[in-house]
Design a protein around this ligand. Structure first.
Ligand code: NAD
Ligand code: DAU
Length: 341
């Protein structure tokens, strides 16, 4: 496994994964194949292009474009696809579900077809704990029933089912990881931790949905990358592995931690209208991945604190995003009415 095509590699987790893999494996070549939606940014890979020249290249393309995908796989003699490419934000999936179905379902099918056609050594799907739906008690194991509730979660679930169908039908060498909420450098400031950190830095309100007692497992992005790496090297074909810290915190605890890390007052907290169909709690059982020898290095609290510090130190990365017209339009649509009520 030496010539990877990392789809969605210009996004948050993908760019962290590319940097991590090229740094760890000197014999690995990576092609990042990315459409560059609002969430995909060349800046996320600037240092990678410099540090790993010769072992890294970039192609702008859509995973739904079969001819372009086939051509990239052949041109760069790819042996492994790791698919991060997706529409990823739950709130946007409530505004406009079509692109989620297109990329997260049809795009996955296109990549699986390429993996099958060109006899690739591995197809790895990056999935999410949201496929299990909300888990009010206990923890989700990989064998649990899938009960997705948002258009995003339903699209990701459909992608997973397609991956498993290619394993069952043709023994295509697939693996799947299902991660909990990631935090860390280069996360687009629509997701809650970077949104709250950057709002707090600017003394703007932090819009907490509903009572803020929903629970999430915030894991540090590089712990997730190590888990994916572990599954690529030691995971069994046709298998699914959960990746997370195995602990959770409430949104209000996370919010107070963001504020405390920045030395900002809790008066910035504003409870606003809840997200439609808001999943109350996700919680993963990660014992299957631990049994391969992997362990998360950061607790939820450490992951959130470290992330907030990165945003405080890297304003040059997020200020241009937040001051752009696209972002402002999204923010007004998503929060305008909520924050004025
Ligand atoms: P992101 O939104 O930051 O990045 C997504 C990337 O995919 C972007 O670079 C975008 O340009 C690219 N992309 C989107 N549509 C594409 C298309 N049609 N063709 C090619 N490229 C396309 O996402 P992220 O948070 O880094 O998530 C990456 C993957 O991890 C996703 O599959 C997501 O479902 C999964 N995941 C995310 C989290 C999380 O907390 N962020 C947790 C678990 C799983
Ligand atoms: O669980 C994994 C998933 O985590 C990934 O599959 C998704 O791609 C990723 O977006 C994330 O989904 P969430 O919906 O959990 O993440 P988000 O950052 O949008 O929200 C986290 C929690 O914070 C959730 O309970 C909703 C709440 N929230 C979010 C926003 C954006 C707020 O209270 N206010 C906000 O403004």
């Amino acid at each position: 496994m030496r010539r990877l095509m990392v789809t969605g590699g210009a996004g948050f987790i993908g760019s962290n994964f590319v940097r991590y893999m090229l740094g760890k494996y000197p014999d690995t070549f990576i092609l990042v194949y990315d459409k560059l939606t609002y969430a995909g940014r060349m800046e996320n890979l600037e240092d990678v292009a410099e540090a790993f020249a010769g072992r890294y290249t970039f192609v702008q393309g859509d995973i739904c474009n079969m001819a372009a995908v086939d051509s990239a796989v052949q041109t760069y003699a790819i042996d492994t696809i790791v698919n991060f490419a997706a529409e990823t934000h739950v709130d946007r999936s409530l505004m406009e579900p079509g692109s989620f179905i297109q990329t997260d379902v049809y795009g996955t099918f296109v990549l699986l077809e390429a993996a099958k056609k060109f006899n690739l050594e591995r197809y790895h799907q990056i999935s999410t704990d949201e496929v299990y739906g909300q888990v009010l008690t206990g923890r989700s194991t990989e064998k649990d029933q899938l009960e997705p509730r948002s258009p995003y979660a339903a699209s990701k679930t459909s992608g997973d089912l397609m991956v498993l169908a290619y394993w069952e039908s043709w023994k295509l060498p697939v693996t799947i990881t299902r991660g909990s909420n990631n935090v860390g450098p280069y996360q687009y400031p629509e997701k809650v931790v970077p949104l709250f950190a950057t709002n707090a830095i600017d003394n703007q309100a932090l819009p907490v949905y509903g009572d803020g007692l929903q629970m999430r497992d915030y894991q540090y992005v590089l712990d997730h990358c190590e888990g994916i790496d572990m599954v690529l090297h030691r995971g069994a074909l046709g298998q699914i592995y959960n990746v997370g810290t195995g602990e959770e915190m409430t949104n209000i605890e996370m919010t107070k931690l963001v504020l405390a890390t920045l030395g900002k007052p809790e008066s910035l907290i504003k409870h606003v209208e809840d997200r439609a169909g808001h999943d109350r709690r996700y919680a993963l059982d990660v014992s299957k991945l631990r049994a391969l020898g992997w362990e998360s290095r950061h607790s939820c609290a450490q992951a959130v604190e470290k992330t907030v510090r990165w945003y405080a130190e890297n304003e040059h990365w997020w200020r241009p995003i937040k001051s752009g017209a696209l972002y402002k339009e999204y923010y007004a649509q998503q929060y305008g009415k909520r924050l004025s009520e």
